[in-house]
Design a protein around this ligand. Sequence first.
Ligand SMILES: NC(=O)c1ccc[n+]([C@@H]2O[C@H](COP(=O)([O-])OP(=O)(O)OC[C@H]3O[C@@H](n4cnc5c(N)ncnc54)[C@H](O)[C@@H]3O)[C@@H](O)[C@H]2O)c1
Length: 307
Amino acid sequence: MKILVTGGAGFIASQIAQAYLGQGHQVFVLDNLSSGHRDFVPTDAQFIEMDILDPEVEKLLQKEKFDAINHHAAQISVTGSVRNPLNDAKTNILGTLHLLQKAVESGVEKFIFASTGGAIYGDQERFPANETHSCNPYSPYGIAKYSAEHYIRFFIKTYNLSGTVLRYSNVYGPRQDPDGEAGVVAIFCKRILEGKPLIIYGDGEQTRDFISVRDIVAANEIALSPQCHGIYNVGRGEETTVNHLAESLAHLAGATAGIEYAEARAGEQKRSCIDPEKFNTAFGWRANVTLEKGLFETLEYFKTLGN
Ligand SMILES: NC(=O)c1ccc[n+]([C@@H]2O[C@H](COP(=O)([O-])OP(=O)(O)OC[C@H]3O[C@@H](n4cnc5c(N)ncnc54)[C@H](O)[C@@H]3O)[C@@H](O)[C@H]2O)c1
């Protein structure tokens, strides 16, 4: 297949682009490098430095006639979306809509979208939440992802597009930005390797459903198949407290700097955990990377950066 991967200079999609190349697909990466890195783009992929809102996107899609678009380019900071909802909506709603419209006009058959299981359900009533759980996103980031999902449904119905929405839980692994606001595992790894204490906001008993980027890449391989359309949670379905995460990482690294507690962040979600059973039943996908193994791999990656 000829596939356009947006956001392919970033943490997750650069690894998806690499996997698609490994499967023998022809891969183009489109990224404006706002947070991505040129050197993350696989060498065998064709790189286009462009914003998803750029009018040139239309020409590109008309010229290349992609079979599939895997859309990961986004403004990814939840707190950033709270500070500047308009900026978030420009990229995450209008940017996605722009791509969708130009995709169907150019005959793209498959559209894969990276959504969020962590921010779309809001305060959960059930643990883990499956796809039928009510969606009450309270951050502009979650609202924008939910809006984009609605647009995708519109394009599926109206234009017979095959759309696959993957709602990820908290993704971690090599290449995550340790200076960003999103990836607590990457932030903790960096602080441990700098010999600094880990800072936990609140009592550390807040939970997240951490999943390795390797399992997310495997889900995106499945998502390419014509049988895979609709909305799927992609998580482990297991809750881990931030305290447990910090202790596990510190233990793995033999860190001695300890843990410090700071005031809880206003509005932070207390518990988050999503049920991947639907994806598992339909396609046999299961998260294979244990938390311990995934944390070890991530720590090793950050060690190599320091050398
Ligand atoms: N990391 C997670 O835990 C997580 C969880 C759920 C969903 N997601 C989604 O997965 C996707 C990838 O996230 P990530 O963690 O790899 O983040 P990332 O910041 O590493 O990757 C995003 C990429 O998109 C690019 N980009 C941003 N705005 C763009 C624009 N307007 N035009 C072109 N390129 C643009 C950036 O330069 C970057 O390379 C995002 O859609 C994110 O919302 C991530």
